[in-house]
Design a protein around this ligand. Structure first.
Ligand SMILES: Cc1cc2nc3c(=O)[nH]c(=O)nc-3n(C[C@H](O)[C@H](O)[C@H](O)COP(=O)(O)OP(=O)(O)OC[C@H]3O[C@@H](n4cnc5c(N)ncnc54)[C@H](O)[C@@H]3O)c2cc1C
Ligand code: SF4
Ligand code: SF4
Ligand code: SF4
Length: 362
C-alpha cells in the first residue's frame, strides 16, 4: 500500500530524529513524515517530578487549566481563578537530564519552527526554513487561516540571544560530561562517509550504554518506531529491550537523535548561526484559534490536513486519565487537532504513535 503523508509537530529533539530518518532512508526505508513543524524549546520537565512538586505546594494536576513559562516563572492557572507561580529556578529540579546537553532552541531541522520568544503576547514567532514550509505558510495566510506581520528587530535580537545562551550553557555541560568519560555522541563531528562504519555493529545494548544510561535519551520513541522486531518498549519512562536482536540489525542506533549525527562541515563557531539555517522569519497569529501563543501551530496542522497536504497529522494531547500527561495521537480529524492545542511541558515519545500503521514504512 502507498505510504500516507504525515505532518508532525514536536520539540527540536523530535525534529532531529525525523531529520535522521529522512537522511538514512537507505537503512530505515522511506519516511512517511512529509511536514515537520518544530517548536522552540528551552527545557522539558519530568511529569512525575513536576506532579510531586505541585502536590508539595498543595496543588493537584487535575486542577491545572493552563501552564505557561513567563519570564523567570512557570505559571499554573488553576480552577476557581487561582494561580500558582513556580520560580523557574525551582522548576529546574524537575528538568530532564537530557535537556542539559541540548544545543537546539528553535528546531533547526524542521520545515517551520514556532515559538513565542520575539513576538508580542498572543502572537507566535515563525521561522521558515524550507520551500515546503514557505509554501504552507503562504497558502495558509492566503486562505485566511493565519495572519503575519514583520518580526521587530528587537524581537529577533532577543530570540538570537536566547538561542545562543542555550548553546553556550549546554556546551559547557557537554564538555563536563565528556571530560568525565561520558561521550555526548550527537555533538561529535563525524563525516557522512564514516557513519555506516561507525554504527555497523551497534545494537540496542550500545544504545542503552551510549544514550539511555548516561542521561542523553530524549524519550522520543524513534527506537520503538524503527525496530523491525518490535522488541523495544517504553517502560518506566525509558526504552527497554524485550527480546533478542538479530545479528545484523542496528536500526535503533541509526535513528536515535542522540547517537552520531553526521555533519559535512565541522561546526567551528556555534554563535554564528544561533537559529540554524532559515529563509524568512515573521510574527503570526491564527485569529480563530485559542492556542498557547498565536495558535499558529494548530492552524498550520489544520490547514495541512484540510488541504490534503498531509493525510494525517501527529499531535500531542493530554491523557484522559492523567491530567497534563502528554499523549501523541495520529489523526485525520480536525477536532483532534483543535483539542491538542496548548503546551504540555513534559516529554512525549511521539514516534511510538506512528508504529503499526496500516501503510507500513516509517
Ligand atoms: C516542552 C516545551 C518547551 C517549550 N519551550 C519554549 C520556550 O522556551 N520558548 C518559546 O518561545 N516556546 C517554547 N515552547 C513552544 C510554545 O510553548 C508553543 O508551543 C509555541 O509557541 C506554539 O504556540 P501556538 O499557540 O502556535 O501552539 P498551539 O496552537 O497551542 O499548538 C501547540 C502544539 O504543540 C503540540 N505539543 C504540545 N505539547 C507538546 C509536547 N510536549 N511535545 C510535542 N508537541 C507538543 C500540540 O500537539 C499542539 O499541536 C515550548 C514547547 C514545548 C512543548
Ligand atoms: S532535549 Fe529537552 S530541551 Fe532539547 S529539544 Fe528535547 S525536550 Fe527540548
Ligand atoms: S532488533 Fe534492531 S532495532 Fe530492534 S532493538 Fe535490536 S538492534 Fe535495535
Ligand atoms: S534511545 Fe530511543 S527514545 Fe531515547 S532518544 Fe534514542 S531513539 Fe529516542
Amino acid at each position: 500500500m502507498e505510504n500516507k503523508k504525515i505532518a508532525i509537530i514536536g520539540t527540536p529533539c523530535h525534529m532531529t530524529a525525523a531529520a535522521k530518518m529522512d537522511m538514512f532512508t537507505n537503512f530505515l526505508g522511506e519516511s512517511t513524515v512529509n511536514i515537520k513543524i518544530g517548536l522552540f524549546c528551552m527545557e522539558n520537565f519530568s511529569y512525575s517530578y513536576m506532579k510531586q512538586l505541585l502536590e508539595n505546594y498543595g496543588y493537584d494536576m487535575k486542577d491545572v487549566v493552563e501552564c505557561r513559562v513567563e519570564k523567570d516563572n512557570l505559571w499554573f492557572y488553576l480552577t476557581e481563578d487561582r494561580m500558582f507561580k513556580l520560580p523557574l529556578k525551582e522548576a529546574k529540579s524537575c528538568m530532564r537530564k537530557n535537556c542539559q546537553i541540548c544545543m537546539d532552541f528553535t528546531s533547526e531541522q524542521s520545515d517551520i519552527s514556532v515559538g513565542s520568544v520575539g513576538s508580542p503576547d498572543g502572537w507566535s514567532t515563525i521561522i521558515l526554513r524550507t520551500e515546503k514550509g514557505l509554501k504552507l505558510l503562504k497558502n495558509a495566510e492566503k486562505d485566511g487561516y493565519i495572519k503575519t506581520k514583520n518580526l521587530k528587530p528587537n524581537g529577533l535580537k532577543i530570540l538570537e540571544n536566547l538561542a545562543n545562551k542555550k548553546k553556550m550553557k549546554n556546551k559547557e555541560e557537554i564538555m563536563k560530561r565528556e571530560h568525565s568519560g561520558r561521550p555526548v555522541l550527537y555533538q561529535r563531528y563525524i563525516p557522512l562517509d564514516d557513519f555506516a562504519n561507525e554504527v555497523r555493529e551497534c545494537q540496542f545494548e550500545d544504545l542503552k550504554g551510549d544514550v539511555v544510561d548516561i542521561g542523553s535519551c530524549v524519550l522520543c520513541g524513534a527506537c520503538v518506531l524503527v525496530c523491525p522486531e518490535d522488541i523495544v518498549k517504553i517502560e518506566d519512562r525509558k526504552p527497554q529491550l524485550k527480546g533478542k536482536c538479530p545479528q545484523d540489525c542496528n536500526l535503533c542506533y541509526v535513528a536515535c537523535p542522540r547517537t552520531y549525527i553526521p555533519k559535512d562541515e565541522p561546526i567551528l563557531d556555534i554563535s554564528k548561526k544561533p537559529l540554524g539555517n532559515y529563509q524568512k522569519i515573521v510574527s503570526a497569529q491564527a485569529p480563530k484559534i485559542k492556542g498557547q501563543d498565536g495558535g499558529v501551530a494548530t492552524a498550520l496542522l489544520n490547514y495541512a490536513l484540510s488541504k490534503k497536504m498531509a493525510d494525517e497529522v501527529m499531535v500531542v494531547d493530554k491523557k484522559r486519565d492523567q491530567p497534563w500527561k502528554p499523549e501523541a495521537k495520529l489523526t485525520s480529524n480536525v477536532a483532534d487537532v483543535l483539542s491538542a492545542s496548548g503546551t504540555k511541558y513534559s516529554a512525549c515519545p511521539i514516534f511510538k504513535s506512528l508504529k503499526n500503521r496500516e501503510s507500513g514504512g516509517i
